[in-house]
Design a protein around this ligand. Structure first.
Ligand code: FPP
Ligand code: MG
Length: 308
C-alpha cells in the first residue's frame, strides 16, 4: 500500500519490534475481554445482536492504543482493559448506526452482513444504543484506579461520542454528500470529529488511567491527532484501491455516494504523501519516551501499511 521511505522503514521499527506478534497477542486479550464482558442474558435477541457486531473481529486498534498508552505511562493492562472494551463498544455501535438505511445504507461490515440486515432496523438501532450505554458502565466500573482518573476518562469518552465528536462529524459528513465544492477544511472537520475524536480518546484514556503528567498528555495528543488524520486518509485511499474481500465491507462506496475524500481533492499520490508525513510526525512526537514508545510508533506505521 502506501510506501514508506527509508527513515520510517523496517530498519528503524519492524526489525526492533515484532508488531505482528504484538498485535496478535493484544488482539487476543481484547477479544477475550469483550467476549467475557457481554454474556447473553434476557432478552436474548438484543444481547445476540450486540454480540454479533461486537465480536465480528476487526483490527481492535482503539483498545490496543488504549492499552499501549496505559503501559507507556507506567500502568497495567488490567487498569485499561474496561476502557479498552468501552472504546470498542462505542466504535462498534457507531458502525452499526453508520450502516443503517438512514445513514450509509450498507450491507456488509467486518466480512459479514450488517446488523440491520440480520436483526432488522429496529433491533440494530437498539443494539447500538445498548452498546453505547454499556460502554460507559464498563469504563465507570474500572477497578484499582483512583476514581478521579476514571471520571476524567468517562467525560473524555462522552465528549468523543457527542456533538463535538463522532455525532458532529457524521452530521457534516451526511450534509456534504453529493456536494462538489467541499474544501479541505470541511473534510478535516469531518474526519477529526468522525474518526479522530475516538482515536484521540483511545490514546489519551489509557494515559489518564495510568496517571500521565500534563506534558505527556500533550505529546500523546499530538501523536493521536496525527495518526487520526493519517488513518482517515488511508481509509479514503483503501476505498479506491482495495477489494471488498480485503476490506470486509463494500469497496468504492465514496465515489458511488459522491463523497468528498482526500484522494478526490489531492489525488492518490499526494494523499499517500500526506499520510506518510503525518505518521512521521506522530513517530517523532514520541521519541522522548525512548524504547518504551516502540509499540505506539510501530502502530503509527501500521496505519499506513494496513490493507483494511
Ligand atoms: C464510518 O465512516 C463511521 C464512523 C467512523 C462513525 C459514524 C458516526 C455515527 C453514525 C454516529 C453514531 C452515534 C453515536 C451516538 C456515536 P465511513 O462511512 O466513512 O466509513 P465506512 O466505509 O467504514 O462506513
Ligand atoms: Mg459508512
Amino acid at each position: 500500500m502506501v510506501k514508506t521511505d527509508e527513515k520510517l522503514s523496517d530498519k528503524e521499527l519492524s526489525l526492533n519490534f515484532d508488531l505482528a506478534g504484538y498485535l496478535k497477542q493484544r488482539k487476543n486479550l481484547v477479544e477475550a475481554a469483550l467476549d467475557r464482558s457481554l454474556p447473553i442474558a434476557k432478552p436474548e435477541k438484543i444481547y445476540e445482536a450486540m454480540r454479533y457486531s461486537l465480536l465480528a473481529g476487526g483490527k481492535r486498534l482503539r483498545p490496543i492504543l488504549c492499552l499501549a498508552t496505559c503501559e507507556l505511562v507506567g500502568g497495567t493492562i488490567e487498569m485499561a482493559m474496561p476502557t479498552a472494551c468501552a472504546l470498542e463498544m462505542i466504535h462498534t455501535m457507531s458502525l452499526i448506526h453508520d450502516d443503517l438505511p438512514a445513514m450509509d445504507d450498507d450491507d456488509y461490515r467486518r466480512g459479514q452482513l450488517t446488523n440491520h440486515k440480520v436483526y432488522g432496523e429496529n433491533i440494530a438501532i437498539l443494539a447500538g444504543d445498548g452498546l453505547l450505554s454499556y460502554a460507559f458502565e464498563c469504563a465507570a466500573e474500572t477497578e484499582n484506579v483512583p476514581s478521579d482518573r476514571i471520571v476524567r476518562v468517562v467525560a473524555l469518552l462522552g465528549r468523543a461520542v457527542g456533538a463535538c465528536g463522532l455525532v458532529g462529524g457524521q452530521v457534516i459528513d451526511l450534509e456534504s454528500e453529493g456536494k462538489t465544492d467541499i474544501t479541505v477544511e470541511t473534510l478535516n472537520f469531518i474526519h477529526t470529529h468522525k474518526t479522530g475524536a475516538l482515536l484521540e480518546a483511545s490514546v489519551l484514556s489509557g494515559a489518564i488511567l495510568a496517571g500521565a503528567k500534563d506534558e505527556q498528555i500533550e505529546q500523546l495528543t499530538e501523536y493521536a491527532k496525527n495518526i487520526g488524520l493519517a488513518f482517515q486518509i488511508v481509509d479514503d485511499i483503501l476505498d479506491i484501491t482495495a477489494t471488498k474481500e480485503e476490506l470486509g465491507k463494500t469497496a468504492g462506496k465514496d465515489l458511488q455516494a459522491q463523497k468528498a475524500t482526500f484522494p478526490s481533492i489531492w489525488g492518490l499520490e499526494e494523499s499517500q504523501a500526506q499520510a506518510r508525513k503525518l505518521v512521521e510526525s506522530a513517530i517523532e512526537q514520541l521519541n522522548s519516551f525512548g524504547e518504551k514508545a516502540l509499540p505506539l510508533q510501530a502502530l503509527a506505521k501500521f496505519i499506513i501499511d494496513r490493507k483494511n
